[in-house]
Write a new protein. Structure first.
Length: 433
């Protein structure tokens, strides 16, 4: 009985000694460091950007269409209805400051009055000139008839007197013909002057009518039914009372079609090379974090731009929202996760587990009671994880941080796949057999 007890006691002591030895080598690391296992499942590489909802199709509410024609380049907004107001066709939306157009109308009215005076003056002048020319023709006609009588009476006179009478009659006839020609010319001149005066008057009246019709457009009405969403200025701010409407682009607001929405976002120049049309997108709403929508990239800008409050160039990206939702509203903020690459089945670990030393990429792996530097081959990398193509299995345990005595751990290299020698290597081996 004593021998059995001694043997049992010795065996228990040996086991305790072995356990103490094992824990003295590795046990402290287990308590000090965190070990994780690789995860197998779908793996995605995404670019996350913030966007803003807008309607894909909308009806524009514009200011005066003839603003540039009347030489008005900018117009200030004096009145606006609240954004989001649901309006019917023909309802009041906004009003623009009329001070500049009123000045132009007063100037145009003066020009019309001046043109009317010129027209009347030209009419009186031509009437007087043609009246005098007609009187002169009548007088010359009487003189020609008088010379004809004198010629007939000189038949019984001497040849010299008869000849003088004939000359006087011919002169009177020529004077009458010349006056007739001059009268025809004056008539044509009078017609031309009256046409010019009439055209000038019509032009000034047309200018006045254009100014008056343009002023009517300073009261902006809804062209259709819908919800009013105001346009943005060059600095990205929504139009408000006091904002300006450009004569080249007189859009004040839009009436969006809420049945088809898209998210407008801007991607920095570092990530834009990853974005392509057709890539799927997971869309979240800041206003409703529980709601998730799907979409796809429809357009990627080729030229970057400098946005306000941005130090780098960004590129405009348009994302079409697949679902139609009555709760979606223009200008809602979205969180867009653009899936640039994805694997259906991958083994991946956190980026904190991966270390590099020159050309060696490795992790610290628990191998039995030992810790080794396990060389790994990584594939796709996203913001938090890296896919492992070789070097690890699902059952392995790796350190989430650098373990103690990291420099003393041995390295376990991957098996190299033999590759065919390059042409240069083959030539070198031929020259140096």
């Amino acid at each position: 009985m004593n021998k059995r007890w001694i043997k049992l006691t010795g065996l228990v002591g040996l086991i305790l000694l072995l356990l103490w030895w094992a824990f003295s080598l590795t046990g402290e690391d287990d308590y000090a460091d965190i070990l994780i296992q690789p995860v197998r499942g779908p793996f995605e590489v995404t670019v996350t950007v913030t966007g803003e909802l807008r309607a894909k199709n909308s009806t524009e509410i514009k200011g005066p269409s003839n603003a540039r024609k009347v030489r008005i380049w900018e117009m200030k907004i004096s009145k606006l209805i609240p954004e989001g107001t649901v309006v019917k066709q023909g309802d009041f939306v906004a009003e623009l400051d009329r001070s500049e157009i009123m000045d132009k109308i007063r100037e145009a009215e003066l020009q019309v009055q001046k043109a009317e005076s010129q027209y009347t003056q030209e009419q009186l002048d031509t009437t007087l000139t043609l009246s005098e020319a007609r009187n002169e023709l009548i007088n010359l006609q009487y003189n020609m008839e008088e010379m004809k009588l004198q010629k007939e009476q000189a038949r019984f006179e001497s040849p010299a007197i008869r000849r003088q009478a004939e000359i006087d009659y011919e002169k009177a006839g020529r004077a009458y013909q010349q006056a007739q020609q001059h009268y025809d010319t004056k008539v044509r001149q009078a017609v031309a002057k009256m046409k010019e005066a009439s055209a000038n008057l019509s032009q000034e009246r047309q200018h006045l009518e254009t100014y008056q019709s343009t002023m009517e457009e300073f009261t902006i009405l809804a062209p259709a039914d819908g919800m009013v969403i105001y346009d943005r200025e060059w600095n990205g701010k929504k139009k408000v009372v006091g904002s300006t409407v450009d004569g080249w682009d007189p859009v004040v607001a839009t009436l969006p079609d809420l049945s088809v929405m898209e998210s407008l976002t801007y991607v920095n120049e570092v990530d834009i090379q990853k974005i392509k049309a057709g890539q799927p997108v997971s869309i979240g709403l800041d206003a409703n974090p529980d709601k998730q929508l799907s979409g796809s990239v429809t357009d990627v800008a080729n030229v970057g731009e400098q946005r306000p409050n941005s130090d780098s160039k960004v590129f405009e990206v348009t994302i079409l929202v697949n679902e139609a939702d009555s709760t979606l509203r223009p200008a809602m903020t979205t969180s867009n996760n653009i899936i640039v690459k994805q694997l259906e089945d991958a083994l991946y670990i956190p980026l904190e587990c991966i270390f590099t030393d020159d050309s060696l990429t490795y992790v610290y792996k628990k191998s039995g009671f030992r810790t080794v530097k396990q060389e790994v081959q990584i594939g796709l990398v996203n913001e938090n994880h890296a896919a492992i193509e070789a070097g690890l299995a699902e059952t392995d345990r790796v350190y989430l941080s650098t373990p103690a005595d990291a420099a003393d751990h041995p390295v376990s290299y991957l098996e190299k796949t033999p590759t065919a020698p390059t042409a240069r290597e083959s030539k070198a081996s031929d020259e140096n057999p």
